[in-house]
Design a protein around this ligand. Structure first.
Ligand code: ZN
Length: 154
């Protein structure tokens, strides 16, 4: 073994799944880059109607990126970011879109995903080797401006 032998550092990348809603894509990406600290070219972004509560295609981006990281060992997947948004998400089933309880229902469903012990539902259990799972909620402020915050699940 050579004393100068070093293990090449794998690139550290992230993954973001957000809703396709164009009102919230830019602020969500800005949050990932400025607050979470991933460079714009250092994370995969899968946009799905409904975001973290939507139904991705069977060959989905999260599964692909996780496989590339932990089976193919192509890079270090250091965090996965799961976004939903309030204020009328057209990507969710109609019963979740009732304006009388829309935001509360979205919060409750997202919290259920966070707490779930079912690996088909829980992101932490489905992708267990990832160090950080971050849950974001995007919404409109009192002036109608979009912003993003970490889901208050604690
Ligand atoms: Zn949406």
């Amino acid at each position: 073994m050579s004393q100068h032998e070093t293990t090449p550092q794998k690139m550290q990348v992230g993954f973001l799944r957000s809703c396709i809603d164009k009102r919230f894509v830019e602020v969500t990406r800005a949050y990932v880059e400025q607050v979470i600290g991933l460079e714009a070219d250092a994370y995969y972004h899968e946009a799905v109607a409904g975001g973290a509560l939507g139904f991705p295609p069977p060959l989905n981006g999260a599964d692909y990126v996780y496989h590339q990281a932990f089976v193919k060992e192509k890079f270090d997947l250091v965090c996965m970011v799961w976004q939903v948004h309030y204020d009328d998400c057209g990507g969710l089933p109609p019963e979740q879109n009732d304006p009388r309880y829309n935001n509360n229902k979205i919060f409750a469903d997202f919290f259920d995903v966070f707490l779930s012990k079912d690996p088909l539902i829980s992101f932490q259990l489905r992708y267990p080797l990832v160090q950080r799972h971050i849950f974001l909620i995007a919404r409109l402020d009192d002036h109608g401006e979009p912003f993003v915050e970490v889901a208050p699940f604690d």
